[in-house]
Design a protein. Structure first.
Length: 285
């Protein structure tokens, strides 16, 4: 596959190259129930940074036999949920929730989840997954996250934002068909508004986690740096035991970001055998 020259140039500026897309990440399954039976029957290997999550070459067979017990996902996609630090008394807003893998994990930990998404087809998948796993503490809404008004403030907000998808190693052939620097700029503007509104809906002292699956600094550090200039939130360092990551970038093109940006987390495919992700944790007030 041929990547656009501008795409490759940007990778090189990040210290990366085409080889980052040559090895596909391992599939993982998160086991909601029947864990011991699945462990006895299939060759699965614990993901070192999360309970009940396993790398496996048998995800299709496991899902076919234990359809209502497991969710097949990229192991790295659980990191934003871990960064939220949800407890059983929390109300959590999952602002861009569909198709719902993170919603399912949050619902296991929280008192109540409000899961919203703007896209009708994706909302149907989200509702299907909530029903499939018997989740009863989740309210699903079709709404634009920039205009969402829940009843009262929430304790936690997850903004797993729409992004350019540069970190999606297995889908990069689809990603490059839609990719452009102009699209990155448009997405960054949307992402800023989603995070800004998410903070407005958050209780004082509450936590918002922002995540993407792209390498583009405009959509990652650039968004968080812009939010920090608003003065309503502070960055907190994310600590996930046994997870390998790199700190956020201080510099990109002609931009110098706030020194706290290094508290954000870049996860590259070669770190943990996952797709690429960016994660930031903000505390309001």
């Amino acid at each position: 596959m041929i990547l656009p020259p501008v795409f490759l140039d940007r990778l090189q500026e990040l210290g990366l190259d085409y080889s980052i897309y040559e090895k596909h990440p391992k599939k993982a399954v998160y086991i909601f129930k029947d864990e011991q039976e699945i462990r006895n029957e299939f060759d699965i290997h614990p993901v070192p940074w999360a309970d009940h999550l396993y790398f496996t070459d048998h995800s299709t067979e496991i899902q076919e036999k234990f359809f209502n017990s497991v969710f097949v996902q990229d192991a790295g996609s659980l990191v934003p949920v871990l960064a939220l630090d949800v407890t059983s008394d929390h109300t959590v807003l999952d602002m861009c929730a569909a198709p719902g893998s993170k919603t399912l994990h949050i619902a296991q930990r929280a008192a109540q989840v409000i899961a919203s998404d703007i896209h009708g087809g994706r909302i149907r998948r989200l509702r299907h997954n909530v029903r499939r796993f018997g989740i009863t503490n989740c309210r699903v809404l079709r709404a634009d996250g920039r205009r969402l008004i829940p009843e009262g403030k929430v304790d936690r907000v997850l903004v797993d934002a729409p992004c350019s998808g540069e970190g999606m190693v297995g889908k990069i052939h689809k990603v490059v068909k839609m990719w452009s620097v102009k699209r990155i700029t448009r997405l960054a503007a949307l992402q800023k508004q989603l995070v800004l509104h998410g903070l407005e809906l958050l209780e004082e002292g509450g936590i918002l986690v922002y995540s993407t699956c792209t390498f583009a600094p405009e959509e990652n550090e650039g968004v968080i740096d812009w939010i920090l200039t608003r003065g309503d939130a502070v960055l907190e360092k994310i600590s996930v035991k046994n997870l390998t990551s790199s700190p956020g970038l201080r510099y990109w093109k002609h931009n110098t970001f706030d020194s706290d940006i290094e508290k954000t987390m870049r996860i590259y495919p070669f770190h943990n055998n996952t797709n690429g992700f960016f994660v930031a944790r903000l505390r309001k007030g």
